[in-house]
Design a binder for this molecule. Structure first.
Ligand code: CA2
Length: 145
């Protein structure tokens, strides 16, 4: 089984700025931890990041048929992108929405997720540890009886 961890805009800056909100772990460290956690689950984890909406959509299209599911931190596109939501639906993939921060404890414009209704579930507020939680949840979802 192959799973994709896909990160959106500005998440390449993790660990370098705003540590109070997003923590001090870098994206490279998160990705390495996802790969290692995948090994404990017996799955192969690939990782990608883009600052561009269309590139994220391309990743979802490419994942269709090759990946069993996706952990997606769509960043700010979570709150704005109908195109990303449509790509999740079109991909027919199981997608877990992931956020480092608890978006409901932040500005009101972050309280709305356009993608949540087309995801299997949402994990947020647990910082970098959330990626492991999301991979475990996705793995459990894909192996449900
Ligand atoms: O909490 C999350 O994971 C978010 O997806 C992060 C997005 C934000 O727009 C969402 O509402 C919630 C922002 C990512 C910005 O990442 C940075 C990392 C380090 C320094 C600056 C920005």
């Amino acid at each position: 089984m192959q799973l994709l961890v896909l990160n959106g805009p500005n998440l390449n800056l993790l660990g370098t700025r705003e540590p109070k909100i997003y923590g001090s772990t870098t994206l490279a460290q998160i990705e390495a931890d996802c790969v290692a956690h995948g090994q404990t689950l017996g799955v192969s984890v690939s990782c990608a990041q883009s600052n561009h909406e269309g590139a994220l959509i391309d990743h979802l299209h490419a994942a269709r048929g090759t990946m069993a599911g996706v952990v997606l931190n769509a960043g700010a596109y979570t709150h704005t992108s109908v195109a990303l939501r449509d790509a999740i639906t079109a991909s027919e993939l199981s997608v877990v929405e992931l956020h480092l921060s608890n978006t409901h404890a932040r500005e009101s414009f972050r309280h709305v997720s356009l993608i949540a209704p087309v995801c299997v579930g949402v994990i947020q507020g647990f910082g970098a540890a959330g990626y492991r939680l999301a991979l475990s949840a996705l793995h459990g979802h894909l192996n449900r009886p």
